[in-house]
Design a protein around this ligand. Structure first.
Ligand code: HEC
Length: 222
């Protein structure tokens, strides 16, 4: 910075010393007053206390700025925002899940099975027929030959047991079996009544068997 303040008015003020600027703009008697003016001590002390208090207050009561902390000013939930009543159990949807987890491997998602090996469930007289026989097929399995929609399946592969049978079976619950059959009886254009859990329970209790059914045996069941 220049040590020789210039009197040239066009010279930039920033290039002059503080002393030079002060003597140019303030009358000699007021210089001391200008120097001493600043924030009064009392106010700076008051502000320090205020900051300190604010910090402690936030630390103690801000609840870590979590939205979950109780807010006395928030409004109550509207009725529509509350969770709805739990829906009734959907047997068909549950049955579809069961079908997709097991039956689909053989009978296919189309319900058409595979020619010569797995018979169709779509349009099947067994699937839509007598409930006593149908539940028995799924609980204990079936060993062909079986004729479905005019085609005979020789029984090269057996229909597995989904109930509890000695040495095997999927060990499905009555509800799983009722649901899968209800699904099968209403899917792919099939039209038959639902199967209830109670119907399956009743047959499971009444019948004790360790072998899959054959068609001649099933035809005796009324
Ligand atoms: C491992 C393959 C396989 C699986 C898995 C399977 N099935 Fe079968 N199913 C068969 C075979 C094979 C037959 C015919 C019996 C035979 O040929 O011995 C059959 C026959 C049937 C029949 C009687 C015939 C007809 O087409 O209507 C029904 C009903 C049936 N199955 C339902 C089901 C249901 C429901 C499931 C799932 C819970 C299922 N099957 C899982 C292979 C299978």
């Amino acid at each position: 910075m220049s040590q020789n303040p210039s009197n040239n008015p066009r010279q930039e003020s920033a290039a002059q010393t503080d002393e030079a600027l002060l003597s140019k703009h303030v009358p000699a008697g007021d210089k001391a007053a200008v120097r001493g003016s600043g924030i009064p001590n009392a106010i700076s002390v008051a502000f320090s206390f205020l900051l300190c208090f604010a910090g402690i207050y936030l630390d103690r009561y801000a609840g870590d700025f979590s939205a979950k902390v109780y807010n006395e000013n928030s409004r109550a939930y509207a009725a529509s925002a509350l969770p709805a009543e739990p829906k009734a159990f959907d047997m068909v949807a549950f049955g579809k899940k069961q079908f997709m987890s097991a039956c689909v491997n053989c009978h296919q998602a189309t319900g058409l099975g595979l020619p010569g090996v797995y018979p169709p469930l779509a349009g099947s007289e067994w699937a839509q027929g007598d409930e006593q026989r149908l539940i028995r097929i799924v609980l204990f399995g079936l060993s062909g030959p079986v004729t479905v929609k005019g085609t005979t399946f020789p029984g090269l592969v057996q229909m597995p047991a989904f109930g509890e049978v000695p040495g095997g079976g999927y060990n499905w619950t009555d509800r799983q079996i009722a649901a899968v059959l209800t699904f099968v009886r209403q899917e792919w254009g099939n039209k038959a009544t639902a199967i209830t859990e109670a119907q399956v329970t009743e047959i499971r209790k009444a019948v004790s068997r360790s072998k899959p059914w054959t068609i001649p045996e099933l035809l005796k069941v009324k």
